[in-house]
Design a protein around this ligand. Structure first.
Ligand SMILES: Nc1ncnc2c1ncn2[C@@H]1O[C@H](COP(=O)(O)OP(=O)(O)O)[C@@H](O)[C@H]1O
Ligand SMILES: N[C@@H](CCC(=O)OP(=O)(O)O)C(=O)O
Length: 374
């Protein structure tokens, strides 16, 4: 089923942290992974689309290479990650296969999500995988990530993937029950925060760094929750060792820390789009398309575009103007200006024969479109 259809599907991004997935810092905890896979399959059976962000490459590489501990030099850590990533995806692949579910390895860098064109490509590919019933297993592409431009921790990556896919929930599985008022490693009886607004400034004051094998600690989890809230996702930080943790969450049990977005999903996402972006060109739309955009918030299809103005690439921001030149909306365009010119007034089924490849049916997908409210 296409994500572009109007059916509202539940989509969860589940992040499994380094501190949880390893056996005392080296190698993977295979029994625990089997447990999470069983539960992830259970979520799918309840109609939830599942995307996994998993750490563990460095830890597994350290074990496979027979190293005593995580290397200090970055290039050796990256080498260990390259070795360990093989074992990580092999483990998920084998476990999911037992349930007849396919997995796909997706390695992303910061650049992939900052660049609009690559962002859209990543989005299309991931959406395609999810639509085909595949579970993407995502990690940072440690081999090519540079110290200045890396996610570093997978909490941030998980949040950006939640933004990318418009997930309704980001579950961060870690080695604590959730966010406590103070780091429970230092203050064992510090009370648990069960629910808060993700944007609450008090949260960051409670959160400390990583006390163990992970990279970000609670701080990056709070920041991740704020990022995820931007596209309307709720973040749940919870102990991955709790029995049936994911299945209990889906039944609505209150475990862990739930960090809520302050706005409705669509409003938050569109506010972000509206606030961030500059216009590179414009598409003139006919009166029918203008009405559809204004009244039903649907995607802009090529058939409603009557002219293309300016030069732009796929993934850049363009304005949608009416025949009097008044801006109706703006959004991230799925085609560059040359291709868009070829698609003017064309039905989407003609895209493949006109461009020579099967592109997105929309000129601008509604998720990437924000109405001009003047
Ligand atoms: N206020 C807090 N509540 C809970 N844990 C905290 C807090 N402050 C810091 N931490 C630390 O964050 C750690 C979890 O983060 P991290 O080690 O990065 O794990 P992961 O690999 O799962 O991302 C905990 O083990 C804990 O020591
Ligand atoms: N990409 C790294 C994981 C980075 C990391 O440890 O992140 P986190 O689990 O958020 O503390 C790996 O697979 O080893």
């Amino acid at each position: 089923m296409s994500s572009n259809q109007e059916v509202v599907k539940r989509r969860w991004v589940v992040k499994i942290g380094s501190s949880l997935i390893t056996n005392n810092g080296t190698g993977l905890d295979h029994a625990a992974i089997s447990e999470w896979v069983r539960q992830l399959v259970g979520l799918r059976e309840k109609g939830i689309e599942v995307v996994l962000v998993s750490s563990g490459a460095v830890a597994e590489g350290v074990a496979r290479l027979g190293l005593k501990s995580r290397p200090r030099q970055v290039h050796l850590q990256q080498a260990a990650a390259a070795v360990g990533q093989m074992g990580l995806v092999q483990t998920y692949e084998t476990r999911f296969q037992q349930f007849g579910v396919h997995t796909a390895q997706v390695l992303l860098t910061h650049d992939d999500l900052a660049n609009r064109r690559r962002y859209l490509n990543a989005r299309s590919t991931l959406t395609g995988l999810v639509d085909m019933g595949v579970v993407p297993v995502i990690n940072e592409n440690d081999t090519v990530a540079t110290a200045e431009l890396c996610f570093g921790d997978n909490d941030t990556l998980g949040a950006l993937v939640a933004n990318l896919l418009g997930a309704d929930t980001l579950v961060i599985l870690t080695d604590q029950r959730g966010l406590h008022r103070e780091d429970p490693r230092a203050v064992p009886d510090a009370p648990l925060i069960s629910e808060a607004m993700a944007a609450d400034p008090a949260l960051l004051k409670m959160a400390g760094g990583s006390g163990s094998l992970g990279r970000g600690g609670m701080r990056t989890k709070i920041t991740a929750a704020r990022l995820a809230a931007r596209s309307g996702a709720c973040t749940i930080i919870v102990n991955g060792r709790e029995s049936d943790v994911l299945l209990r969450l889906v039944q609505g049990e209150s475990i862990g820390t739930r960090l809520l977005p302050e706005k409705q999903p669509v409003a938050a996402r569109k506010q972000w789009l509206a606030g961030q972006l500059k216009v590179k060109g414009s598409l003139t739309v006919d009166t029918g398309a203008e009405r559809v955009l204004r009244e039903s918030g649907r995607s802009l299809l090529p058939v409603g575009v009557i002219a293309v103005n300016g030069r732009f690439d796929r993934g850049e921001v363009v304005a949608c103007v009416n025949e009097s030149g008044q801006e109706v909306a703006r959004g991230l365009v799925n085609y560059n200006s040359t291709e868009a010119g070829q698609l003017v007034r064309q039905p989407s089924r003609m895209i493949e024969s006109l461009l020579g490849y099967a592109g997105d049916p929309e000129m601008i997908h509604r998720d990437n479109l924000v109405l001009n409210d003047h």
